[in-house]
Design a protein around this ligand. Structure first.
Ligand code: ZN
Length: 212
């Protein structure tokens, strides 16, 4: 009698999870699965052998990844961090500017309300009291890897625009903006470029050749 034996790898599903699938390029449902080698006889797994570790399998594209893929933030995680960052940093811009300026406060409320329904001047007042502008950098560090450059530029630009609603960027506001840029992994030159471009789009150079 011919004895047919060999080895096979079987997967046991441990849990479901949401993760960012690099193959699909988006948030997907995946399964965390444990891999184990089995000894087979006549193609039937008989004896569990070595544990081979865990993988994460995407339910959409079926690609198997090393389980460390689950450590990457999902798009939903990043969006939540970004919304919080907009709220926190905008309040810091008010705090480091002319805190009683109606134009500044109104621009700040409008900016934050885009990402947080129900945000108003009284919530802003609470945020201003609670937040320490020295921590601006820390709020955006999680975005340094996950956010595209265009998204980083949008965030910095929006802060500059809020500051400019009160006509000028104060030295303290500028410091917050610089800390944000550093936390996002942008070079100081890049941040200066963003500030300059927002300032110039707001105050176009007078064009003498153009009739008023
Ligand atoms: Zn996938």
């Amino acid at each position: 009698m011919l004895l047919v034996f060999g080895f096979t790898v079987r997967f046991t599903t441990l849990a479901q999870l949401q993760f960012f699938c690099p193959r699909c390029g988006g948030d997907r449902t995946g399964a965390r699965r444990a891999a184990r080698r089995w000894f087979t006889l006549f193609w039937i797994p008989l004896i569990p052998m070595k544990r081979l570790g865990e993988i994460v399998e995407c339910e959409t594209c079926k690609t198997r990844f090393d389980s460390s893929v689950a450590d990457q933030p999902t798009t939903a995680d990043l969006a939540a961090v970004l919304d919080d960052a907009v709220r926190v940093l905008t309040a810091m811009i008010v705090r480091t500017g002319n805190i009683t300026s109606p134009a500044l406060r109104s621009a700040a409320v409008t900016e934050v309300a885009r990402v947080m329904a129900g945000y108003d001047d009284s919530v802003l007042t609470g945020d201003i009291v609670a937040l320490d502008p020295a921590l601006a950098e820390r709020y955006v560090t999680p975005l340094a890897d996950g956010l595209e450059v265009a998204g980083k530029e949008r965030l910095v630009s929006s802060l500059v625009r809020v500051a400019l609603s009160d006509d000028t960027v104060t030295a303290d506001q500028r410091r917050v903006i610089e800390h944000v840029g550093r936390g996002l992994g942008l070079t100081p030159a890049h941040v200066t470029g963003i500030v300059t471009s927002v300032v110039s789009e707001r105050e176009p150079d007078p064009d003498p050749g153009h009739p008023a």
